[in-house]
Each structure stands twice: as structure tokens, then as C-alpha cells.
Write a protein that binds this ligand. Structure first.
Ligand SMILES: Nc1ncnc2c1ncn2[C@@H]1O[C@H](COP(=O)(O)OP(=O)(O)O)[C@@H](O)[C@H]1O
Ligand SMILES: Nc1ccn([C@H]2C[C@H](O)[C@@H](COP(=O)(O)OP(=O)(O)O)O2)c(=O)n1
Length: 231
């Protein structure tokens, strides 16, 4: 599978499974656009924090996010994330935003607003790789190829630690607890909980390196396109 892909590849799954790194590489290989929907919920969280609002106050969160202009780019390798015109690409990866993003993303009005934006961005692209938590289930139920990435919790925590340069065992344990809490929150919320779509292919990356996961996703995307042509 190389140039010529047309359609949507969705990559959902919990934190630290490799969604972002795999989605970016797959998009580059397929010559497709790339949409990081987690970055949009993180940007909304910046607006909430700067608005001086409690992330657990759903009504206030919905009000602040409705008034915010959230913009994300769709080119892999060029992370563009703006809130009211201000570049927040670096800030959205910080601990303050990571701590507050789950309650913000659980607010139905916030989800409706961002899902509308996500669908518009996807419609503008002939080929796109979209990563998140509810892309195969809610945002793009008719996507060409749906992948659900998983990995053992301790492996995910180690990967996240490696990414952040954390080596202290106590800090790694805290990261693992952070991932566990966020997965639980994201999986148990009422609106669009994290779960695999019934027609998603589950890829367990516990014992696969990044390149192997990228190969597998590209192979599945190629297979889905061929199946669609024959249907
Ligand atoms: N299959 C893999 N094996 C080892 N490390 C990986 C693998 N996939 C991703 N990584 C690394 O794990 C870290 C977290 O990956 P990331 O793509 O940010 O995950 P997610 O978007 O699911 O949270 C990154 O440093 C990434 O390079
Ligand atoms: N489609 C999505 C994407 C992310 N979210 C929420 C839930 C996640 O905890 C946060 C952050 O997502 P992000 O993909 O950036 O998180 P990780 O990189 O996996 O740590 O946003 C969501 O509710 N729906």
C-alpha cells in the first residue's frame, strides 16, 4: 500500500499504545492527511484552564469551550494547534492539561462541537488517518478501515516514561497510575466511551515494535480498500 489510498483510517485506543506515532507514519506512507482529535480535546482544556473554570463544572466548561476558537492542522509532522489564534502545541502536552482533559472531554456539548469540526476536516480530505477514542464508533462509523490499538498497561507506562525522559521508578509508577485513571475515566463516561467498534481490527502492540505496527496498519488499510472495490 503506498500512494493512491483514498478513504479514512481510524486509530482508536487508550493512552500510550502508539496511536499518534503510528498514525503520523501511516499518514505519511499513504500520502494522507492526519487528524489528532486528542489535540483538539487538549486545546479545549487549555481554554477551560485559562477561563478560570473548574474542569469538573460541566456547564461552565461547555460555555467556555463554545466561545473558544479551536484550530488544528491536518498535515502529519507539522503540529498546528491554536486556541483563539494562540499557538498551544507545546502546552497541550504538559501535565496540567493532561490532568484536566478527561473531565473536559466527557462533556457532551464539547464533544458535539469538536466532532462537528472533526467531520468537516475529514470531509475536506480525500485520504485521512484519524486518531482518538471514538473515531470508529461515533465520528466516522463508515470509515474505510478501523483499527483499535491496545498494549499491556505496564508497557504503555514504560513507553510514556521513555517519551517524557522519566527514569525514576516512583515517577514511572505515578505515570502508570495516571494512565490507569484516565483510561478508566475515558472508558466509563456516558457519552462516546472508549471502546472498539464492532467492525474494528484489534492490533495488540505489546510485543510489536513501531515499524511492525505501521506495516500492519498499512496492510489492513490496503486490504480494506480492496474489499471495498470488490463489494
Ligand atoms: N510499538 C511500539 N513499541 C515501542 N514503542 C512505541 C511503539 N509505538 C509507539 N511507541 C512509543 O511510545 C510512546 C507513546 O506513543 P504515542 O504514539 O504517543 O501513543 P498514544 O498516542 O497512543 O498515546 C512514544 O514515545 C512512541 O514512540
Ligand atoms: N476522540 C477523542 C480523543 C481524545 N479524547 C480525550 C480522552 C483523552 O484522555 C484525552 C487526550 O487524548 P490524547 O489522544 O491526546 O491522549 P494520549 O496521547 O493518548 O495520552 O482526550 C476523547 O475523549 N476523544
Amino acid at each position: 500500500m503506498s500512494a493512491g489510498f483514498r478513504g479514512q483510517v481510524t486509530l482508536d485506543g487508550p493512552s500510550g499504545t502508539g496511536k499518534s506515532s503510528v498514525a503520523r507514519a501511516v499518514a505519511a506512507r499513504l500520502g494522507a492527511a492526519y487528524l489528532d482529535t486528542g489535540a483538539m480535546y487538549r486545546a479545549a482544556t487549555v481554554a477551560v484552564l485559562d477561563g478560570g473554570v473548574d474542569p469538573d463544572d460541566a456547564e461552565a466548561v461547555a460555555r467556555v469551550v463554545a466561545a473558544a476558537r479551536i484550530e488544528v492542522g491536518t498535515t502529519a509532522g507539522e503540529e498546528v494547534v491554536l486556541v483563539d489564534g494562540v499557538d498551544v502545541a507545546e502546552r497541550i502536552r504538559g501535565a496540567e492539561v493532561t490532568r484536566a482533559v478527561s473531565p473536559v472531554s466527557a462533556v457532551p456539548a464539547v464533544r458535539r462541537q469538536l466532532v462537528d469540526q472533526q467531520r468537516a476536516l475529514v470531509e475536506a480530505a480525500d485520504a485521512v488517518v484519524v486518531e482518538g477514542r471514538d473515531i470508529g464508533t461515533v465520528v466516522l462509523p463508515d470509515a474505510t478501515c478501523k483499527i483499535y490499538l491496545t498494549a499491556a498497561p505496564e508497557v504503555r507506562a514504560e513507553r510514556r516514561a521513555g517519551q517524557l525522559g522519566v527514569t525514576d521508578p516512583a515517577e514511572i509508577a505515578a505515570l502508570a497510575e495516571d494512565l490507569r485513571r484516565r483510561d478508566e475515566y475515558d472508558s466509563s463516561r456516558a457519552d462516546s466511551p472508549l471502546r472498539p467498534a464492532s467492525d474494528a481490527v484489534i492490533v495488540d502492540s505489546t510485543d510489536l515494535d513501531r515499524e511492525a505496527v505501521i506495516d500492519r496498519v498499512c496492510e489492513l488499510a490496503g486490504r480494506a480498500v480492496r474489499a471495498g472495490e470488490w463489494a
